[in-house]
Design a protein around this ligand. Structure first.
Ligand SMILES: *Cc1c(COP(=O)(O)O)cnc(C)c1O
Length: 395
């Protein structure tokens, strides 16, 4: 087989073999509709509810507070649109940040077109929300604060407990997009004052197209998909039973393996960061040095085009990303890198490498060796770099 070093686990992950195995019978012998009355099918309702219990257990929530969705984007859309509608009599102001995933940012724009006001908070140079600016943005008509648990591009972990505390002191609902964090860092919805939380199966070695929204009991939120009475009448549609089984299995597995897995990833991540910063000149690490996802490294290389870098890495069997997967293909620099203050040119030369549970030290060595060679080669062809070197020599 051709060499493949997959360092794009923030875009998606491989479904774990045990997860797939747990799912398979629900495609074949256990195909019944959970809403049917006969035992053959209704036992699938129990299977689905068991996954709710497993996921709730991981978050310190109650099983009936977990609502299955078709992934993270749907959960984010639901949280924002449905709270906006349910609480618009109280106010029409929402606070979020400039570094959210597009599932939040574009939903914010959608709501702005419908008469809501959205404040997009700045972040500091490490990508951390500034709590004093959050406090200052709160108004009597603020109904919702939505801040991501961990950023998908630069890996920065936000001070969620403090943000949730501020929201609740002010009687405001708090939603967090935890798609990158769920399964990677411990989360307790009570300790962090979280009212709603989005997560997605395929970011934690589960299947694609399945996720959930945690909705704290008592939060008024409208139904998102109208139809049958599934998901306590809040999200209609015959349950994606194999997907839900896979999501539950992935969540249980991620919780069980979290400590060892993330310790290993953290140490490999730091090894990668250390080597790149020491061995490649004119390069920087983006995101917080320590308060970051265990598997995320994001670099900017001056005088380099991120897209060319990705193509050259691909030729060596290495998969990385230059922005988020959704912005790839467009030439706009990442909104996250601009928000942390990078100039356009530096933001363009960025590379995100996100480790997986199977990543080895040999993989990292191969990647750093390849990266050194590629960056040097690309710089040799860059007129900007040539000018820069000439100037530095004459000074
Ligand atoms: C991947 C991702 C999403 C979208 O999840 P899907 O399941 O792919 O719809 C939302 N937010 C963040 C932070 C993500 O990383």
């Amino acid at each position: 087989m051709e060499k493949l070093i997959y360092l794009d686990n923030a875009a998606t992950t491989k479904t774990a073999p045990e997860v797939l195995e747990a799912m398979l019978p629900y495609f074949t012998e256990n195909y019944g509709n959970p809403s049917s009355v006969y035992g053959f099918a209704s036992k699938n309702k129990n299977a689905v509810n068991m996954q709710r219990g497993i996921i709730a257990g991981v978050l310190g929530a109650k099983p009936e507070e977990i609502y299955f969705t078709a992934g993270g984007s749907e959960a984010d859309n639901w949280a924002l649109k449905a709270t906006a509608e349910a609480y618009e009599k109280k106010g029409k102001h929402i606070i979020t940040t400039k570094i959210e995933h597009h599932a939040i940012l574009h939903t914010g724009e959608y709501l702005e077109k419908r008469g809501f006001e959205v404040t997009y908070l700045d972040v500091d140079e490490n990508g951390v929300v500034k709590l004093d600016e959050l406090r200052a943005a709160i108004r009597p008509d603020t109904i919702l604060i939505s801040v991501m648990f961990a950023n998908n591009e630069i890996g920065t972990l936000e001070p969620i407990r403090e943000i949730g505390g501020i929201a609740h002191e002010n009687g405001i609902l708090f939603h967090t997009d935890a798609v990158q964090a769920f399964g990677q860092v411990p989360i307790d919805v009570d300790a962090c004052h979280i009212d709603m939380l989005s997560a997605s199966g395929h970011k934690l070695n589960g299947p694609k197209g399945i996720g959930f929204l945690y909705i704290r009991k008592g939060v008024k939120i409208r139904s998102f998909v109208h139809g049958g009475a599934q998901e306590r009448k809040r999200r209609a549609g015959t349950e994606n039973v194999p997907g839900i089984i896979g999501l539950g299995a992935a969540a249980a597995r991620a919780a069980e393996t979290m400590e060892d897995r993330t310790a290993k990833e953290r140490s490999l991540r730091d090894y990668l960061i250390g080597r790149v910063l020491a061995e490649i000149p004119y390069c920087r690490l983006n995101g917080h040095r320590t308060e970051r996802l265990p598997n995320n490294a994001n670099f900017s290389f001056r005088f380099i085009e991120g897209e060319s870098l990705l193509i050259k890495l691909d030729m060596k069997g290495i998969c990385g990303s230059s922005g988020s997967a959704c912005t790839s293909g467009s030439l706009d620099p990442s909104h996250v890198l601009l928000a942390i203050g990078l100039p356009h040119e530096t933001a363009h030369g960025s590379l995100r490498l996100t480790l997986g549970e199977d990543t080895t030290k040999e993989d990292i060595d191969y990647v750093v060796d390849s990266l050194k060679e590629i960056v040097a080669g690309l710089r040799n062809m860059s007129p900007l770099y040539e000018d820069f070197i000439k100037k530095n020599q004459t000074e």
